[in-house]
Design a protein around this ligand. Sequence first.
Ligand code: BG6
Length: 483
Amino acid sequence: MTDAPCTLVILGASGDLTKRLLMPSLLNLQEEGHLPQQFKLIGMAKDAMTQEQFQNHLGECIGQFATRTFKPENWQRLLQATDYLSGDLTSPDDIRRLAKMLEGSPNVLFYLAVAPSLFGPIADQLAAVGLNSEEGGWRRLIVEKPFGHDLKSAQELNARLQAHWKESQLYRIDHYLGKETVQNILAFRFANGLFEPIWNRKYIDHVQLTVAETVGVETRGKFYDKTGALRDMVQNHMFQMLAYIAMDPPNTFRAQAIRDRKMELISAIHTLSPEEVRRWVVRGQYGPGDSLPGYRQEEYVDKNSVTETFVAAQFHIDNWRWAGVPFFLRTGKRLPKKTAVLSIHFLPAPSILWRDTPAHNLKPNELLFHIQPDQGVELSFEAKVPGPSMDLQTVTMRFSYEQAFEVGRGTGYETLLYDAIRGDETLFSRADVVEAGWAAIQPILDVWQAEPAGNFPNYSAGSWGPAEADTLIRETHREWLNP
Ligand code: BG6
């Protein structure tokens, strides 16, 4: 807990994010005693509401979205600290009214829970009335995703925000970094002496990351049809996880050291040539299947849309540690299972010794990081089957979060809010890291724009994506891990 007072201003407070994620997270923080004693919350949005109406609205929602049972007095305490301001987020007059409300609040955290087109204009308005000034305390700005649409727009947005805000005031959210299992990758790698010596091309054959979702685009057709899976998942969440799994050890656990190592890694992702894009990146779009509509039949989606809802790709990292080791990434909507798994596939043991035994077919060791919904780490190895002959079978050692720790379910935003309040930038994306992510996928965006997919839809809802995704990995004599 931090004792410094803090006022959190949610800009766009009447939207989904506030009721589904932010309020349940704040409540969990309140329950755990992690909010400052002097904590205030101001919601601002266009909707005409009084403070009481806003509080009632939050009260109606919390029952539905709270992730744990909670003490009513904690919720009451949070509500009592909550105020509302109805106003236009880009109007100088309304932002001045906000500034007036904030008089006497030394430390303010602004949360841009708005459409991406408003990030720049609102940041400008806040700065225009001096709300970026850190003279009497700190001022921070949390920016939601998506951060840009391509490399150029991300650079422009960074430049616009940085015109009035210092980089140390900018907190770009990637909610995957709030997940315990993602943070555990760093603990696993750098708090244990066992793995670092073998974490390289000499011992590792390849790495896989699958993030599969069963849902379709739900109500987000308008946004998603302009975005697609590559921008929505790969450039941000998946690259962040890739960085954690593959970066060099930082010298300290401070934000700058960790972000520097991440930056080195993401900027070392091999720049794909157009030919490599065609060979190594597979796009897909779901058609009807399992009694579910196809993507083109979803609400707000263009009937001839060529937006991808699935991506599978082979990436390489151009550095000494990873030269020659492929990283296979796969993500999609309407796949058979909701799961996120990162797997390290080690090189096989020499099989010569086993050639005259029943166990000639050795399976290489695999180390699996179960990100969600299972949470844990699993190592597979070969063991002798009891009996007179030397038969082998693959067995696993498993660490499960649920069994090892008592963990209450959270939204993943608790740590992020807590860190932003404390001023710990470690879990937030720095400008250069975001741009490096865009730079790595820009060649794919360019080829896809020039050569729109002619074969969509190419997988059925409820299947594991297009057949080309299997071919992509099989051509390298490997198989997707069946998560
Ligand atoms: C969001 C994407 O960033 O992440 C969504 O915009 C996606 O399309 C979501 O569904 C997945 O997050 P999670 O935490 O449910 O895996």
